[in-house]
Design a protein around this ligand. Structure first.
Ligand code: 8YV
Length: 318
């Protein structure tokens, strides 16, 4: 029977379905795999279902040039933790789980947009502190989000789902930057030529590009400097797409209105300087954290494994 390693505990339904198809080893640890575990897994299993944080780097593959494993069926759409070119060079196929994550990730973007614009986390901290003195007309005034301009950086599946929600739910006008021309943005939306133009014009900017070496620090000090001083930056993609130090400076100096983050440069380490700021909302990478979504992601990863071992092309090749 085909031997599969699942690198983290997953929803029961996924494990059960996996056990019906494969000889499954479940790694009962919520922490990322160590280098040694990754090397051993490549030698001992036919397929691996890894996820965020399992850093299958070029180094790992260089140390296992003839792996028994033939597929890494990633749990999650983002696969920046896998060096795909190096994986392919030693004969591995890599798949991911797009589609399954889209709506939930867009929902978290909207959560952060509202939390940041309306100072929800700061307000919650105030209530919990016991120091709230009661309502008054000019207390904790935030940015009224309805009808404002949303700038989306990266108009892929998730960017479009965010734009739909913002436009139809909050009457926001949508502008966006995308590396290639987007023929169908699904809502009325203006594609601008540069990131700088979007940063300058938007009241809220959402980052929705995939993490990769090409998007590392795509949003740097220069890009942040284009933003209006009342504007908010939201990141639901990968932490290193935004230069975290530059963002901290922009927030500290009040250069921008606020930020909402679900992802960080060195998860789970969050700089103390960021945690100390009131004008930033910090979520612990909750993008897809709902049981049915995580189940769908697991089932999609399994479908990719099943297709691969049946000799078919998996639907979600990367
Ligand atoms: C996942 C995500 O839950 O799918 C992704 O890429 O960012 C998350 O929502 C997590 O990263 C596991 O892949």
């Amino acid at each position: 029977m085909t031997k599969i390693l699942i690198s983290r505990p997953l929803p029961d339904a996924v494990i059960e379905a996996a056990r019906g198809r494969f000889d499954v080893t479940l790694r009962d640890d919520t922490q990322p795999m160590t280098d040694a575990e990754m090397r051993d897994a490549l030698v001992a299993y036919d397929g691996i279902l890894p996820t965020l944080g399992d850093r299958f780097s070029a180094d790992i593959f260089a140390q296992v040039p003839n792996p028994r494993a033939k597929i890494l069926a990633n749990f999650g759409v983002g696969y920046n933790h896998i060096d795909v070119a190096a994986a392919k060079s030693v004969g591995l196929t890599v798949t991911n789980t797009p589609g399954a994550v889209t709506d939930a990730t867009a929902d978290i973007a909207l959560t952060l947009m509202l939390m940041s614009a309306r100072r929800a986390a700061e307000g919650e901290r105030l209530v919990r502190s016991g120091n709230w003195q009661g309502w008054h007309p000019v207390q904790m005034l935030g940015l009224h989000m309805s009808g404002k301009i949303l700038g989306v950086i990266g108009m892929g599946r998730i960017g479009k789902a965010i734009a739909r929600r913002a436009h139809h739910g909050f009457g926001m006008d949508i502008i966006f930057y995308n590396r290639s021309q987007v023929a169908d943005a699904e809502v009325a939306a203006g594609q601008l030529d540069t990131i700088a133009e979007v940063m300058k014009a938007a009241d809220v900017v959402v980052i929705a590009v995939p993490g990769s070496p090409a998007t590392h620090h795509l949003i740097d000090a220069e890009a942040l400097a284009e933003m209006q001083d009342h504007a908010h930056l939201i990141n639901i993609s990968r932490g290193d797409v935004v230069d975290e130090d530059a963002l901290i400076s922009a927030l500290k100096s009040g250069r921008i209105g606020g930020a909402g983050l679900d992802v960080y440069e060195n998860e789970p380490e969050i700089p103390a300087a960021l945690r100390a700021l009131d004008n930033v909302t910090l979520l612990p990478h909750l993008g897809t954290a709902a049981l049915e979504v995580r189940t769908d992601m697991g089932m999609m990863a399994l479908d990719n494994l099943v297709a691969f071992f049946a000799g078919e092309a998996p639907l979600n090749l990367v």
